[in-house]
Every structure is written in C-alpha cells, then in structure tokens.
Design a protein around this ligand. Structure first.
Ligand code: NZQ
Ligand code: ZN
Length: 392
C-alpha cells in the first residue's frame, strides 16, 4: 500500500423508510433555516418534495427552495443558488436529488459564505476561500455517482467549455432510501449503474502495488455491480438488486477503494469534456468510451485487465492477453444487455449547431481533456482524439 490518510465524515442512513423515520433527527446539523435544493420536475411529480418539506417544517425549521438544478449542473446555476442562500441567510443546505443536485449543492454551500469565486480559486488558482462551507445534507434520488459520500462536485462552466471536478466538504449526512428512487426511469437506473462500474474500474486501473486490498475490494464491487445489473435488466423493480446497486455506487466513490493507491480516471476526464460540449448523459457517455479506452491501454494493463475479466466476468483463459480481450468483449456485451449506447452519436445531446460531431469538435474536446498520469499509461491529446473518433 502507498501511504495514505483516511477520514470519513458522512453519516449514512440506508433503507426504505429511513427518511421518514430519521431525517428530522439530523436536521439540527443544518441549523434553523434550510435551503432545500432540487432538480427539474421529478421530486414535485412523485410527491417526495412535499414529503421532505413537511418533515422540515414539522421539525420547526424554516425552508427556502432552490429548484431547477439541471443534469450536468452549470457554474451559472451554482452562483444563483449561492446568491439565494446569502440573500435568505440560510444556515444549511439539504440536497434532494441525484449527482447533479448534490454536486451543485456542495458548491452552493461553499460559495454562499465566500466572496472569492470557488471556480477561480480551485481551477484558476486565483484568490482564496476564507470560510468553511455551510453544512450540507443529502437525500439521494438517483444513485450511481456516489456524490453523497464524497467531497467532489462536477460542474460545467459553459463559458469556458470545461466540465470538471471542484472540491467542497462532503455532506454531513446522507440518506439512501429506495422510496426516493422508485420513480427513476429505467434508462437512468442503468446509466447510473454503469457509472458505478466505471468508478471502480477506473480506480482499479490506477497504479498500486500487487494484491493490495483496495484492488480486491474494487473487484468485489465490480462483480457485485455486474451481478445486480443482470438482475435489474430482468426486472427494473427488483428492490433487492436496486438496493445492492445503491450501496455499490456509494462504495465505489466513498474513497475506500482509493486508499493506498493512485487512480486512473482518464475515461471520466474524456467523458466530462465531451459532456461540456454536448451535455450528454454521464453514465451513457462512459459506456461508450470505457471499452474503447480499455482496448487502447490493453498492453500496459494486461495483467490487471486479465484479472478483471476472470473475477468480474468469470473468463477462464489462462493466457493474460486472451483473458483481457475476452473481458473487454464481455464489457461490450454487458453494455448491449443494458441497452446503453455503443456510439457517441447515439447519445442524447444538446440541440445546437456547435455540437455537430465533426472532427473539429472532437479535436476541441480532445485538446481540452485533462491528461492524468495515474492510469496504465498517460495518453496524449492525439490519442484522446483517436479514441473519440473510434467512439463515433
Ligand atoms: O431534474 P429532475 O426532474 O429531478 O430529473 C432528474 C434528471 O433528469 C432525474 N431524476 C433524478 N431522480 C429521479 C429522477 N427522475 C425520476 N425519479 C427520481 N427519483 O434523473 C436525471 C438525471 O439526474 P442526475 O442527477 O443528473 O444524474 P446522476 O446522478 O447520474 O448525476 C450526474 C452528474 O454527476 C456527476 C456527473 O458528471 C453529472 O454531472 N458526477 C459526480 C460525481 C461525484 N460527485 O462524485 C462522480 C461522477 O463520476 C460524475 O462525474
Ligand atoms: Zn462517474
């Protein structure tokens, strides 16, 4: 194991009915005036918004609503939220949503109490943040990102055309309650599950010493994710399988798989930049890019990909190259079984002229993709461009 420090700040409540039973016991953490953040229309339609509002009011707290946080939340939307939080003098933030709402809420909670721009400080290294964030709680309505258990927040700066991770304190508490995820459309359930698989694979493909426990846990999370994906493909309402996937998702991104090792995450970097240009669905973008990337780094990751194939997909070949190739092929089959796309051109995207998927657009995406050094080998921008072309 490489050296590490590990501290876990989030209190997690898992189980159907946990919000109704336990949310009020946690609200004091957020103070007396709560900013309740949520997305477009799902929480209103399925009644969970009203349920949460009633619980907050019954606990004697006042509440200010901030709605309309979109998938792939923008820096502009975060600023609106922070402005409202300041104007209304809220004492804490409660996120009711998927990764997008939780991510935006983390940065709203930090930006609300700081005058320097979080984006400028963290991305452009200008100025400093002088105050700790407002406390945050999360009720997850779409699992997959694991955002409820970490301090990362992926935000799109539309002006700079960059989608990237900012950092803020993690939520103080998080609820994973199936009741709040029941209405999630099947396609989103599946793209979230692929996101989970990709997080564990991107962690596993990073650098580590041999046979460390983090790799073993990553493989177990991937195997469990794949096993339960098969179950939800058969029955999307299989609560037990959905519950397993909810916890796989949290496990993949709560930092425990990352201790004592360096992570890869180049596929995420490529998908995020493709998303900055196209606003595509995160999990679906990963489903297209991940197997193509694995083929590109095959030589450098041979033994790791072979072990992945044997543990996760029960490939039995003794030869590493054949096993690794069969593993990638099994990954393609899984994506087909899930009904997720194989081509970038099949993703749902922004309907605007500048996202025509020409070589020029792909080149811009490639040139703005962060190139990380933790994976099997560091890519060049030209290789990212090549990968994107192959994904077409
Ligand atoms: O806006 P509403 O109407 O709520 O609809 C949402 C949205 O359209 C809908 N939805 C959510 N809960 C629902 C529901 N519909 C019906 N019933 C429910 N219970 O689902 C759609 C997608 O929601 P979103 O939050 O965007 O999905 P996801 O959880 O996949 O989050 C994606 C974002 O998280 C970032 C991604 O890049 C993307 O911006 N990520 C965050 C990470 C992190 N913080 O650790 C790591 C990830 O790698 C990822 O990058
Ligand atoms: Zn992801």
């Amino acid at each position: 194991m490489y050296s590490f420090e590990y501290e876990y700040p989030v209190k997690v409540f898992f189980g159907e009915g946990s919000v109704a039973e336990k949310l009020t016991s946690q609200l004091d953490v957020l103070g007396g005036r709560i900013l309740l953040t949520y997305g477009g229309s799902s929480a209103k339609k399925n009644g969970t918004l009203d349920e949460v509002l009633s619980l907050i009011r019954a606990a004697g707290k006042s509440v200010v609503e901030f709605s309309g946080i979109m998938p792939n939340p923008t820096w502009k939307k975060v600023q609106e939220g922070a402005e409202l939080a300041r104007k209304e003098k809220v004492t804490g933030v409660l996120a009711l949503g998927g990764g997008s709402v939780i991510d935006a809420s983390k940065i709203i909670a930090l930006q609300a109490v700081n005058t320097a721009s979080v984006w400028d400080v963290e991305i452009n290294r200008k100025g400093s943040l002088d105050h700790p964030a407002l406390p945050l709680g999360a009720i997850v309505t779409a699992s997959g990102t694991g955002s409820e258990m970490n301090g990362g927040a992926v935000i799109t700066n539309e002006e700079e055309k960059i989608k990237t991770g900012l950092f803020a304190p993690a939520a103080r508490f998080a609820f994973l309650d199936y009741h709040f995820m029941e209405s999630l459309p099947a396609r989103q359930v599946l793209s979230g599950a692929f996101d989970t698989l990709s997080h564990a694979l991107e962690t596993y493909l990073g650098r580590s010493d041999e046979l460390n426990v983090s790799d073993d846990v990553s493989l177990a999370v991937m195997k469990n994710t794949v096993d339960n994906i098969h179950r939800i493909v058969r029955d999307i309402h299989d609560k037990e399988a959905r519950g397993n996937l909810m916890w796989d998702s949290a496990m993949a991104e709560n930092g425990i798989l990352k201790v004592g090792r360096v992570t890869d995450f180049e596929v995420h970097m490529i998908e995020h930049q493709f998303g900055a240009y196209t606003d595509c669905n995160h999990g679906e973008g990963l489903a297209v890019i991940q197997p193509v990337y694995c083929t590109h780094v095959l030589d450098a990751a041979l033994s790791k990909l072979a072990r992945f194939a044997r543990v996760v997909f029960a490939v039995s070949e003794a030869d590493d190259r054949t096993a690794a190739e069969k593993g990638i092929s099994a990954l393609y089959d899984l994506i087909s079984e899930m009904g997720l796309p194989h081509r970038l051109s099949q993703l749902r995207m922004k309907d605007s002229a500048d996202v025509l998927l020409t070589d020029e657009t792909l080149r811009r995406v490639a040139d703005s993709t962060f190139l990380l050094a933790g994976g099997p080998r560091k890519l060049t921008s030209d290789e990212v461009f090549q990968i994107l072309r192959e994904c077409m």
